[in-house]
Design a protein around this ligand. Sequence first.
Ligand SMILES: NC(=O)c1ccc[n+]([C@@H]2O[C@H](COP(=O)([O-])OP(=O)(O)OC[C@H]3O[C@@H](n4cnc5c(N)ncnc54)[C@H](O)[C@@H]3O)[C@@H](O)[C@H]2O)c1
Length: 350
Amino acid sequence: MQVNISLTKVVDNSYSITIDSLPKIHFDTKVAIVTNPKVAGLHLAYLLSKISAKELYIITVPDGEEYKNQESVDLILESLFNHRFNRKSLLIAFGGGVIGDMTGYVSSIYQRGIDFVQVPTTLLSQVDASVGGKTGMNNSYGKNLIGAFHQPQAVYIDPYFLTTLPAREFGAGVAEVVKMAVTFNKEFFEFLESADLNNAEVLQEALKQAVQTKADVVAQDEKEHGIRAALNYGHTFGHVIENETKYKQYLHGEAVAIGMVMANETSVAMGLMSVDEAQRVQSLLEKYNLPTSYSIADTESFYETFFLDKKSSDSAITFILPVGLGDVKITDKCEKSLILSVLTQFGDAR
Ligand SMILES: NC(=O)c1ccc[n+]([C@@H]2O[C@H](COP(=O)([O-])OP(=O)(O)OC[C@H]3O[C@@H](n4cnc5c(N)ncnc54)[C@H](O)[C@@H]3O)[C@@H](O)[C@H]2O)c1
């Protein structure tokens, strides 16, 4: 006899994202703040003036993308076991996207999953990495290939942290802000064109709009089966640039900025975007000193590198192409010849 039992999902992943000065928060449980020496040196005292807990521990891991790996994950896990963290304990990710991704990942696997809170301290992590529950780490096969979707319990975005962020890191975050505007919100794009993000009030408004955009997209498609993939605008090309330059020449957001220009050229070639609209995006990126040109030595080899991206299948490459400003098309049906002709524009002559 066949017995069919259906299991109704009762998952509610809702959480609040606060954009303001950190409030005072007390956690009636064991808490570990996961951070790195740089962020701790700059801002831990401030965080500790706001956060209290039944028991509070600080776990520091080395600073840098190259440490977003199993060794650091083990270091954090080891500390949690040593301090007898249990399923009610909580982690606080205190740093940029590297700390956020790794802390999120550890909290997704420690005793099959415990809560965590994001306190992002870079612009990129405030507008993008801290929202949406993608967690992960790198290994020798590539970036972010290991991870889980694990939503935080809350996100606290305090613009104050950005006052110590180096200009280049700030620019890298602006690239992700521009990404949200071009793909989903023309009015936001126009706001950014006339905005000065160095002004605190304007920055807060931009944070609000970027985070709202990301939250809306994630709410519709948490696991990236559809529309969430649009947030990879600029990334298909950007990942190849990062790969070709061995992750040394550009910050992630900078490679994405060049990638967005390449995606725009593809849209122009396909009649999805006007030359003027593509130029407006480029001008906005350049306003924040982001790179917008790149010299492709070998277009065939550049094209082949697309296939290393985890979002590409063996035979098709997914391109995220703006449709004008504020709309986007996700397609894996671009002719190779068209892409090669776009890439040729980025040869040495450019
Ligand atoms: N989960 C997601 O959805 C998602 C989205 C985008 C990016 N990411 C990941 O995020 C990472 C990149 O994040 P990032 O750009 O924040 O890099 P990062 O975490 O390496 O931070 C950049 C540098 O700034 C320092 N820093 C952090 N806060 C600072 C502050 N307030 N003042 C001065 N220095 C500060 C960091 O210590 C580091 O040296 C990548 O690993 C990427 O894969 C994840």
